[in-house]
Design a protein around this ligand. Structure first.
Ligand code: BGC
Length: 903
C-alpha cells in the first residue's frame, strides 16, 4: 500500500472501522470488451475490467495483478503464459488494455486478477474468466458462401433450407461453429436450434462489414451421424427496409457461410464447412420479411430435414455464391433475443370471427401461436399498436408495413407457430381464420431486443411517473434491435441519428449500452459520405434519407463523447476521431462565417415541437459549437493536444458568432422558443451575465403556454435539466406532473405503454394524428429519463472525471413525491441513491462502489441537523460545504444513511 494513499484515507476519514475476516476485498464481474466470457473478440488488444467487492467504507484499489493463460491448467497453476502483469500500482480497474503475447485466431485466453486496497488487504484471485479470439484474418475462413439461386423478380421470396450430414467417429473435446449470412440465418444441429438468438447476424452495411456469430455446440454433437441445417432469411440484406419501395438493398441473392471446428480428444481437428457439397430446397416459408411478415405453410415442412437420415436425394445442389468484399467481423455486442414473454390480458371479438388479443404492452417482437385444426386451415395474425373506437385494430400508421403473419396448419395434433425472420411493433394482434374460438392462451407475445445487461432502475412514489419510466424502457427495448432505431412498427425502423444522440444518455442509465454503441459507431462511420457528412440514418441505405441534418449528423460526435463520459472509453474516440474531424471540416469549409447555413442537406429543426419553430440555422450553429467543445475534450482524452487547442478555439469563435447573431443585448434568444433558450443554456452559449435573464424568459415562455412545454425531439432532452440547473426546479416538476397536452403524462393517461413519437399522437379533441407519421413507440421524447436518474434520483457523473470514478449524488426532492430510488451499475459497480420525505425529515440512502468516491449533496433546511447512520460522527464522511440548500459531503465507497431536517 502506498503511504500517500493511507494518509489520504486518514485525512478523508475513510480509514476502515471494520476489521475481521468479512472485511476482505474481493474481485468479481470480470469482463472483456464489456462482455462476460465472450466467444469471439476481434480486437488484437482487448480491454479488461472488473469490480471490487468490499463491505468496508473508503475502499480503493492500490494495485492489481493480472494473469492471462492459454489453458485453464496454466491459470490454475498461476502461470500466465500469455500475459503476467506483475503487481501494477494504481487504481485502474477497467479499460485495461491487454498487452501480452500476440493473440492468434481462436486462442482462448483464461484470466484472473487479484487486487490490493488502501486498507492493507490483498484479495484472493478472482474466479477465472475467459475470452476467445475470433477469426482474425480472411484466410481463417475455409467455407464458401452457399444458397439457392432465387427468382429475382419476386419481392417476397421463399426461404432456402440447406443441409449437410457428417460423421463423428472419435470422442469430441470441443465443437465450435462460426457462421454468418448475407440475409439472416437460423441454424440447427441434429434437429435442435443452435443458440437462442434471433435475426442473426443482424444489420450492418453488408457491402462493407458483415458480422459473424460464434457458438459452442459441443453438447449438441452426437457420436456417428450428425446433421447441420440452416434456413436463410431475407432480413435487411434482401427484404424491405425503411421506406424505400424496393427490396434488395444489399443484393438479390441470400447466402450463408459457416464452419464447424471439431476438436477431438486425441488432439486432432476437423472442419466442416459450407461448400458445394451441401443440398438445398425450399420448405414451409413462402416468405418472411421484416416489414411484411411471414407466410408459413406447415404442410410444406420438410419433416426431419435438419436431422441425420433425412432423404435429400430430391434436393438440389446448393449454388456457391461469389465472396463478398466486405470484412467479416465478430458481433461485438450481445445478440438479439426474446427477452420477455407476454401473456394476453384479454381477447375480444369486435366482429364475428375476428378476435383481438390485447397483450397489455406495446413492444417489438412477434407472437407464438398454439393451434389445432384441419390441414390447410389458414390463420392470419395482424399486428397493431392501438385500436379503433370500435375495438378493431388500427393499422393506418404502419404505412406500407403489412405486419401480417399467416400460418397454414398441417393438421392433426397441437401445432405451434413461431415466425422466423420478422418482427412487428404492436400491443394488439388480430386473429382470423382460427379454428373455433381461440382460448386466451393461444397467443404469447415474444418481445425481442438486443439483450444488453440491465444497468439501472428508477422508481418513485408517483405511479404515473413510474409508468413513464416503464414506457421509456419499453421504447428502448423496442428500438434497440441490432441498431438504435426510431420505431419498430411502420416501414421505417431506421438508425435515425438524431433520435439516438438525444436518447443515448437515458439509454445508458437503463442498459449497459457500451458494446451496443461501439458496434453502432462502426455503422455510423461506414455510412459517412466521402465529403465527410455523417448521414441522418446509419446504417445508410439508398433512398432512405440524406445527410448532415443538424442534431442528426452531430450524433457522430455526441455518441462517442457519451461513451467516453459514461465508460471512460477512449478507444471509441481513437477509432472514429478522423471521421469526426472529417465531419467538422465538412461543416467548416462550407460555413466560413461560422453560422451553419450550408451543407445542411436536410433539416428537421426541433422535430415535432408544438407551435414553436426554432430557427433552423440557430439550432444548427448551436450543435456545431457543441460539437467543437466535445471534440476538444475528446482530443484531450486521447492526447491530441493540437486538436484540443484548435477545437477549443473553434468553439470560442462559434460561440461569439452565435451570440452576435442570435442573442440580444438583454438575453433574448432569436425565435423565442423554449428550445432556443435551453440549447443556449445547456451548450454554454449564453454570456454568463445573461444566463439568469435567459432562464427567466424561458420560464415566461412556458408560463405563457399555461405551464406547458413546446419542445420537440431536440429541445426536450435539455428542458428539465436546464430548468433545474437555473433555479426553476419547481417548473421542471410541474412539467413532469402535467396531465394535459402537451406533456409526458398526457399519453399515459390515454393508456400509452411506450413513448409516442408525437405529443399529440392521439388527443381527445382530434383523435389520431396524421397516419402518415404517427408511431406509438418512439423513444426521443423519453429523453427525460436522464433527468429522472440524474436530478430526481440524483445519480450523476462528476464534471471532472469519467466513468463514475467520481460520482455526484445530488437528488432534488420535491413535495410532489414522497420518495424516489435510483440505482445504476457503473463500470465500477452499483451506485444507489434513494430518498424519502417523512415527518419533516429527509432520509437519503446512498451506495458508492469500491474504487470510486462521491460528493453527496444532502438536501437540508438546516445543515446542523444532518446525521449519518444516526450519528453526527459520520465515519468516512467529510463535510465540504453548504450549497444550493444542501450540505455537501465527500465520501469514499460504502453504504451511507443520511437524514436531515427538510422544510
Ligand atoms: C423518424 C424520426 C426521425 C425523423 C427525422 C422520422 O420519420 O421516425 O424519428 O428522426 O424522421 O426527422
Amino acid at each position: 500500500m502506498k503511504t500517500t494513499t493511507v494518509m489520504l484515507a486518514m485525512i478523508m476519514g475513510t480509514m476502515p472501522f471494520q476489521t475481521g475476516t468479512q472485511a476482505q476485498v474481493k474481485v468479481t464481474g470480470l469482463r472483456c470488451e464489456y462482455r462476460t466470457d465472450p466467444l469471439s473478440v476481434d480486437d488484437a488488444k482487448p480491454r479488461l475490467s472488473w469490480f471490487l467487492d468490499s463491505r468496508e467504507r473508503g475502499v480503493e484499489q492500490t494495485a492489481y495483478e493480472l494473469l492471462v493463460a492459454s489453458s485453464k491448467e496454466n491459470l490454475d497453476n498461476d502461470k500466465g503464459d500469455l500475459w503476467e502483469t506483475g503487481k501494477v500500482s494504481g487504481d485502474q480497474s477497467n479499460q485495461i488494455v491487454y498487452s501480452g503475447k500476440m493473440l492468434s485466431s481462436r486462442t482462448t485466453c483464461f484470466w484472473k486478477v487479484r487486487v490490493w486496497d488502501n486498507h492493507g488487504h490483498q484479495s484472493a484471485y478472482s474466479k477465472p474468466g475467459f475470452w476467445q479470439m475470433g477469426l482474425l484474418s480472411k484466410s481463417d475462413w475455409k467455407g464458401e458462401w452457399i444458397g439457392l439461386q432465387a427468382d429475382t423478380g419476386l419481392d417476397l421470396r421463399p426461404a432456402p433450407y440447406v443441409r449437410k450430414e457428417f460423421d463423428i467417429v472419435k470422442p469430441i473435446r470441443r465443437a465450435q461453429l462460426y457462421m454468418t449470412a448475407r440475409g439472416l440465418f437460423i441454424a440447427s444441429l441434429n434437429g435442435r436450434k443452435i443458440g437462442n438468438e434471433t435475426l442473426s447476424p443482424e444489420w450492418t452495411d453488408y457491402a462493407k462489414r458483415i458480422q459473424y456469430m460464434t457458438y459452442d455446440v459441443t453438447n449438441q454433437i452426437e457420436k456417428g451421424k450428425n446433421c447441420l441445417g440452416v434456413i436463410i432469411g431475407d432480413g435487411w440484406f434482401r427484404g424491405f427496409v425503411g421506406f424505400s419501395k424496393i427490396p434488395n438493398n444489399y443484393g438479390t441473392q441470400t447466402s450463408t457461410l459457416l464452419q464447424l471446428h471439431l476438436e477431438f480428444a486425441d488432439g486432432t481437428e476437423q472442419v466442416v464447412c459450407s461448400d458445394a457439397s451441401w443440398k438445398g430446397a425450399y420448405g414451409a416459408i413462402a416468405y418472411s420479411d421484416l416489414l411484411m411478415g411471414e407466410h408459413y405453410d406447415a404442410r410444406k415442412e420438410p419433416r426431419g430435414w435438419n436431422a441425420p437420415g433425412f432423404d435429400d436425394s430430391k434436393w438440389q445442389n446448393v449454388a456457391v455464391m461469389p465472396e463478398p468484399v466486405a470484412q467479416l467481423v465478430a458481433l461485438p455486442t450481445e445478440p438479439v433475443r426474446v427477452t420477455h414473454v407476454l401473456k394476453p390480458k384479454k381477447v375480444t371479438e369486435p366482429r364475428k370471427g375476428t378476435f383481438v388479443f390485447d397483450l397489455g404492452q406495446n413492444f417489438a417482437g412477434y407472437c407464438l401461436m398454439k393451434v389445432k385444426g384441419a390441414a390447410g386451415t389458414e390463420v392470419r395474425l395482424r399486428h397493431a399498436e392501438v385500436l379503433n373506437p370500435d375495438g378493431t385494430i388500427y393499422t393506418e400508421n404502419l404505412r406500407r408495413a403489412k405486419a401480417t403473419d399467416v400460418y397454414v396448419l398441417k393438421g392433426g395434433s397441437d401445432e405451434v407457430f413461431e415466425p422466423h425472420f420478422t418482427f412487428h411493433g404492436f400491443r394488439y394482434v388480430e386473429v382470423t381464420g382460427y379454428p373455433g374460438k381461440p382460448p386466451v392462451d393461444a397467443i404469447r407475445g415474444c418481445a425481442i431486443n438486443t439483450d444488453l445487461p440491465a444497468a439501472g432502475s428508477f422508481t418513485c412514489s408517483d405511479a404515473i411517473v413510474d409508468q413513464l419510466q416503464s414506457n421509456i424502457l419499453w421504447s428502448q427495448r423496442g428500438n434497440f434491435i441490432s441498431i438504435p432505431t426510431d420505431c419498430p412498427q411502420r416501414d421505417e425502423r431506421l438508425g435515425w441519428m438524431g433520435d439516438a444522440q438525444i436518447f443515448v444518455r437515458t439509454a445508458s442509465f437503463n442498459m449497459d449500452v457500451s458494446s451496443f454503441m461501439t458496434k453502432w459507431m462502426d455503422d455510423v462511420e461506414d455510412a459517412q459520405s466521402p465529403e465527410g457528412a455523417f448521414k441522418d440514418t446509419s446504417p445508410y441505405i439508398q433512398g432512405n434519407g440524406t445527410d448532415g441534418a443538424p442534431g442528426w449528423g452531430d450524433a457522430g460526435v455526441i455518441v462517442p463523447w457519451y461513451m467516453y463520459r459514461c465508460y471512460g472509453d477512449t478507444r471509441i474516440i481513437e477509432r472514429h476521431f478522423d471521421a469526426m474531424k472529417r465531419w467538422m471540416n465538412y461543416m467548416a469549409e462550407a460555413n466560413p462565417d461560422h453560422i451553419r447555413n450550408s451543407r445542411r442537406n436536410n433539416d428537421y429543426g426541433d422535430w415535432l415541437s408544438i407551435d414553436a419553430e426554432t430557427p433552423k440555422d440557430l439550432l444548427a450553429t448551436a450543435f456545431w459549437a457543441h460539437d467543437a467543445k466535445l471534440m476538444s475534450e475528446m482530443a484531450r482524452a486521447i492526447g491530441r493536444s493540437e486538436d484540443e487547442r484548435s477545437y477549443l478555439d473553434l468553439s470560442g469563435v462559434l460561440k461569439d458568432a452565435f451570440q452576435k447573431k442570435y442573442i440580444s443585448a438583454d438575453g433574448h434568444v432569436f425565435g423565442e422558443t423554449q428550445t432556443g433558450y435551453v440549447l443556449c443554456l445547456a451548450f454554454d452559449l449564453m454570456p454568463d451575465n445573461l444566463r439568469e435573464r435567459a432562464a427567466q424568459y424561458l420560464v415566461e415562455n412556458i408560463k405563457k403556454r399555461n405551464d406547458h412545454l413546446s419542445t420537440g425531439f431536440i429541445g426536450v432532452k435539455y428542458l428539465n435539466p436546464v430548468l433545474s440547473d437555473n433555479g426553476y426546479l419547481d417548473m421542471a416538476y410541474k412539467l413532469l406532473f402535467n396531465k394535459t397536452f402537451p406533456s409526458w403524462e398526457y399519453p399515459i393517461l390515454q393508456g400509452a405503454t411506450t413513448i409516442w413519437e408525437r405529443w399529440d399522437g392521439w388527443t381527445k379533441e382530434k383523435g389520431f394524428q396524421d397516419a402518415g407519421m404517427n408511431s406509438f413507440n418512439h423513444y426521443s421524447m423519453g429523453s427525460v429519463g436522464e433527468w429522472l436518474y440524474r436530478y430526481v434520483g440524483g445519480i450523476d457523473l462528476d464534471q471532472n472525471a469519467v466513468a463514475y470514478k467520481k460520482i455526484i449524488i445530488h437528488p432534488r426532492p420535491h413535495s410532489g413525491l414522497k420518495f424516489a430510488n435510483a440505482e445504476y451499475t457503473s463500470i465500477y459497480g452499483l451506485i444507489r441513491s434513494g430518498w424519502k420525505l417523512a415527518a419533516g425529515k429527509i432520509h437519503l440512502d446512498v451506495g458508492i462502489p469500491p474504487n470510486t468516491s462521491a460528493l453527496v449533496y444532502v438536501p437540508t433546511s438546516d445543515p446542523k441537523t444532518v446525521r449519518e447512520s444516526g450519528s453526527t460522527k459520520m465515519a468516512g464522511v467529510k463535510f465540504l460545504k453548504e450549497e444550493a440548500g444542501c450540505a455537501v459531503f465527500e465520501v469514499g465507497s460504502g453504504n451511507y444513511k443520511f437524514e436531515s431536517m427538510w422544510k
